[in-house]
Ligand binder design. Structure first.
Ligand code: ZN
Ligand code: ZN
Length: 305
């Protein structure tokens, strides 16, 4: 098939808008949406941190921000990688992250669960009790990211979430009746003391297109999935949304659009919780003792048993 915009050979078919695109036009289509989204979400002056796991999504988010910021004198991009301590998985992606930062000339910082929490995720897995690895991982990862970004005086943290991730999260929150969590989804507009707001530059782009973009740009990406993801509820939503998209192309976009129409009402109904420094670690929290410190304590107790 030929590109719908020129005579070159198409590399992909975009089902939800019926377009065949060649490499050049796909790259243009991809970058245009990401740039538009970044403009919409806003990039403050100062240091911009990107959470770089070394997976395809965060690598592409990092590259796009680098591309946009390389001519900006008043904004500086840094990358933060959280090392959860997952043997045979994270070691590989950390290498990829390091290589990408080297090539692009981006300062790269690594923060590990072992140093911050005292345990790797593999060790947590052995004593985790009834909570899944992903619960600990999510809380500790956010803790590590915020801590390091704050130390580096970052104004915002960019996450690699794509349209599939975001529509899964919206649906999950809706089905669990957790609208408060829905109201707290990134991008964050209100600045909270001690909490670095997040932006999500890829939220308008389906996962498949991020993969294709990474491939066309020749990025080194790992195909491996996190070994603990198998227990995550998210997988069910992922499967469901892919089936839905197959039958009704454009469903993920519709889910996000519906959310965006509700966003303001949600934020009004659930205004940001008042944050205070955690009594133990000093990181911002809506409770006297933050979730990370609570989980740390839980792990300490189960280790003693
Ligand atoms: Zn073309
Ligand atoms: Zn704490």
């Amino acid at each position: 098939m030929h590109c719908s915009k020129c005579h070159r050979k198409a590399v992909t078919f975009i089902r939800y808008n019926g377009m065949y695109l060649c490499k050049e036009h796909f790259v243009e289509f991809f970058e245009r949406r990401v740039k538009k989204e970044i403009r919409k979400q806003g990039l403050p002056k100062g240091t911009i941190a990107v959470a770089l796991s070394g997976g395809k999504d965060s690598s592409v988010a990092c590259y796009m921000l680098w591309k946009i910021l390389k001519d900006h004198k008043d904004r500086k991009l840094i990358a933060i990688t959280v090392d959860e301590g997952i043997k045979g998985y994270r070691d590989k992606t950390i290498e990829i992250a390091r290589k990408l930062c080297n090539e692009l000339g981006i300062e790269h910082y690594i923060i590990s669960f072992k140093d911050e929490i005292g345990l790797t995720l593999d060790e947590i897995s052995e004593i985790r009790g009834e909570l899944a690895e992903c619960t600990y991982c999510g809380v500790f990862r956010r803790y590590c990211l915020n801590k390091l970004a704050k130390e580096k005086d970052a104004k915002v943290i960019a996450l690699g979430h794509n349209l599939d991730d975001v529509s899964q999260t919206i649906l999950m929150n809706f089905i669990r009746n957790d609208l408060e969590r829905m109201a707290r989804m990134a991008p964050h507009k209100k600045i909270q003391p001690g909490y670095i707001p997040r932006i999500v530059p890829l939220r308008m782009v389906p996962e498949k297109e991020v993969t294709l973009y990474a491939y066309l740009k020749g990025f080194d990406v790992s195909e491996d999935e996190c070994p603990y993801a198998i227990r995550a509820m998210r997988l069910l939503y992922r499967e469901f949304l892919l089936q839905l998209e197959e039958k009704h192309p454009g469903s993920r976009h519709s889910i996000l659009k519906s959310y965006l129409e509700l966003e303001e009402c949600l934020r009004e109904k659930f205004p940001p919780a008042k944050l205070q420094p955690c009594k133990i670690c000093n990181q911002p929290s809506s409770m006297p003792v933050c979730m990370a410190c609570q989980l740390k304590e839980k792990l300490r107790k189960s280790k003693e048993k």
